[in-house]
Ligand binder design. Sequence first.
Ligand SMILES: C[S@@+](CC[C@H](N)C(=O)[O-])C[C@H]1O[C@@H](n2cnc3c(N)ncnc32)[C@H](O)[C@@H]1O
Length: 170
Amino acid sequence: MGTVIRSGESMCRKMTHFINPANDLIIVELGAGDGVITKFILNRMSKDAQLFVFEINTELCDVIVKIKDNRMILINDSAENMMFHLTKYGISEVDTIISAIPFLVLPDDLTKKILDISKSLLKTGGTYIQMHYVKNVKKMYKNIFGNVHTYFVPVNIPPGYVFRCIKVSE
Ligand SMILES: C[S@@+](CC[C@H](N)C(=O)[O-])C[C@H]1O[C@@H](n2cnc3c(N)ncnc32)[C@H](O)[C@@H]1O
């Protein structure tokens, strides 16, 4: 999991603050847990948008599936396989990726693989959003995306950070 406590409301709001309902029609969520951020994403999305949710834990998927919203497609698989699944749905490009995957407890090569796939799936100008509980991971995102904005979210247990990267080039 990476944490035993689900994200609080402030963190969920910050993670979804950058969704542009007018432009973001294909949204991907990675590491949804029990769907706490998923519900905020769905609330911010336009009625024509689609949300692809990746969660590796089957028991948590059993909770997420109770969210009844036909804009949500839940995929019980690892984010490293998202290209395969999205292709099945005819999706080659996404507008926004919102991730709470605990990369710091994953092997480095798997983290890099998921971040590289995320970048290649994003359209130019698309946004990658990631949460962490430490700030010193900023460099990892800068190395992949070439840019990163950091936002501190103090009212969360534990307090955390949201990193926002824009895809500016391949
Ligand atoms: C820190 S929890 C976050 C849960 C929820 N989004 C929140 O903010 O409270 C991280 C989640 O990522 C999931 N996860 C870990 N590795 C994953 C992977 N490779 N692909 C998809 N989900 C993964 C875990 O099962 C866990 O539910």
